[in-house]
Design a protein around this ligand. Structure first.
Ligand code: SF4
Ligand code: SF4
Length: 432
């Protein structure tokens, strides 16, 4: 698997790729409206996509060059998304980055919005910090192999200043830095920062990954959002380390979101965390990491159990890309499940107290009604049950299968709450 020493600090790119692919959708909302045409010259930092409504964030050129194409191209979400392809030039000129001296609350808010900063779960940061009184900075995400956490090692003072800008912009009265209790390096760094009295560090025993924002809020503050709700419903914003760094960079240096720290691990020559321009294709990143050792069996973005497997290495880095895991074909084949030994480890680790083993069996049998009664929809898809299972049963995969089946069976949440659930196709008349 190679040497992982280079994962814990951010390394810099040795050579720019020939082109980059910048998707116009790197957020939850509608795709941006393109502001350039094929043949245009663009400068690094230039806005090339305009946000369209709520949940949408502007996109910027991460390099200078010529717009070679605007087309639907593969995206790490698994879909095709309208993207701007820029052929990289040698000059690498950027726009003039301007910043304000001592900006006030509304100016900082506007800077964050214009810079296109987006949280890893896809919501623009400027929307996340609306109407809140607490910010939780999530440093638990995945392990230290994920660049979102590595950032704290490399940019500790900058991310801390970014957090303070977020507090000023939102008017938050307090901030909490949530750290995995095993991350001793993060505690050491944070203890050197001389935190202000309204900012505290909270050690937590698990990593709070995507979909776990509400659980994170509940575990720290005891505040409970409605199922399917947002942390803002209880006046809390959950932000990531890299967006906090980007806020710092935007406010202090006037630079928009255009670079991402990405951790690359698995069978490549030199696994590392590397700062790359948004839009750099995975295959070009692998080359910078010494190339893949043989044909990759699987490429997974943002974690083995909670991430998304990619069907091509042509996909680009976007604002939600934190880690890229490569698995060799033999690693995939070596994971063959055996029958459940009823050890209950999956039950013990489940942070939402459901019964993964039981639900997985029911999902496998297509008994989605029963899965729902066993609160499968409460699953936050952390993957801990799958990690712990000694029988290598794909618990999360089966649970997701049940959740998707249930989601599809209802038109809206109100119907989901009804008791007369019927699932199944016409031929089996809804029987399960
Ligand atoms: S069922 Fe598994 S994936 Fe879902 S919350 Fe529990 S431990 Fe996490
Ligand atoms: S951890 Fe695996 S083997 Fe143990 S009870 Fe759960 S499903 Fe069964």
């Amino acid at each position: 698997m190679g040497n992982y020493n280079n994962l814990e600090t951010i390394n810099f790119l040795k050579k720019l790729p020939e082109d980059v692919v910048i998707p116009l959708r790197q957020h939850k909302g509608a795709p941006c409206k393109p502001l350039v045409s094929v043949g245009d010259t663009v400068l690094a930092g230039q806005q090339i996509g305009e946000a369209v409504g709520l949940g949408s964030a502007p996109v910027h050129a991460s390099v200078s060059g010529i717009v070679a194409a605007i087309d639907e191209l593969p995206h790490p979400s698994g879909n095709k998304v309208i993207s701007i392809v820029i052929t990289v030039d040698e000059q690498q000129q950027s726009i003039e980055f301007n910043s304000l001296d001592n900006p006030d609350q509304s100016e900082i808010k506007q800077i964050i919005k214009d810079a296109g900063v987006v949280e890893i779960y896809g919501t623009p940061t400027c929307e996340v910090i609306e109407n809140i009184d607490t910010i939780i900075l999530n440093v638990t995400y995945e392990s230290s192999m994920i660049a979102g956490c590595v950032g704290i090692n490399s940019y500790s003072s900058q991310f801390y200043k970014g957090l303070k800008f977020l507090m000023k912009a939102s008017g938050a009265k307090q901030a909490i830095i949530a750290v995995n209790r095993n991350n001793k390096e993060a505690f050491r760094i944070l203890s050197n920062l001389k935190l202000e009295s309204n900012i505290r560090v909270v050690p937590l025993k698990i990593a709070y990954t995507l979909n776990m924002e509400n659980l994170l809020v509940y575990d720290i503050l005891g505040a409970r959002s409605q199922m399917g709700g947002k942390s803002q419903d209880v006046k809390v914003a959950v932000c990531g380390v890299n967006p906090a760094y980007e806020v710092y960079d935007a406010v202090v240096n006037g630079r928009p979101s255009m670079l991402m720290p990405v951790s690359v691990y698995g069978p490549v020559g030199n696994p590392q965390s590397i700062l790359v321009p948004i839009g750099m294709r995975f295959k070009d990143i692998f080359e910078q990491c010494g190339g893949c050792n043989g044909e990759p069996g699987k490429i997974i973005v943002n974690g083995l159990y909670t991430g998304i497997a990619q069907y091509t290495d042509e996909v680009p880095v976007v604002k939600q890309t934190a880690g890229i895991l490569i698995q060799s074909p033999s690693e995939i084949l070596s994971v063959q499940p055996i029958p459940c030994i009823h050890c209950a480890r999956c039950v013990d680790v489940c942070p939402v107290d459901i019964l993964p083993t039981r639900i997985a069996i029911l999902a496998d049998q297509g008994k989605f009604d029963d899965c729902r009664l066993m609160h499968v929809m409460n699953c936050v898809e952390c993957g801990l049950c799958t990690v712990e299972c000694p029988s290598k049963i794909p618990l999360l995969q089966l649970i997701k299968y049940a959740k998707v089946a249930i989601e599809r069976a209802y038109v809206d949440m109100a119907e989901k709450e009804s008791s007369n659930l019927t699932l199944g196709c016409e031929s089996c008349e809804g029987g399960v």
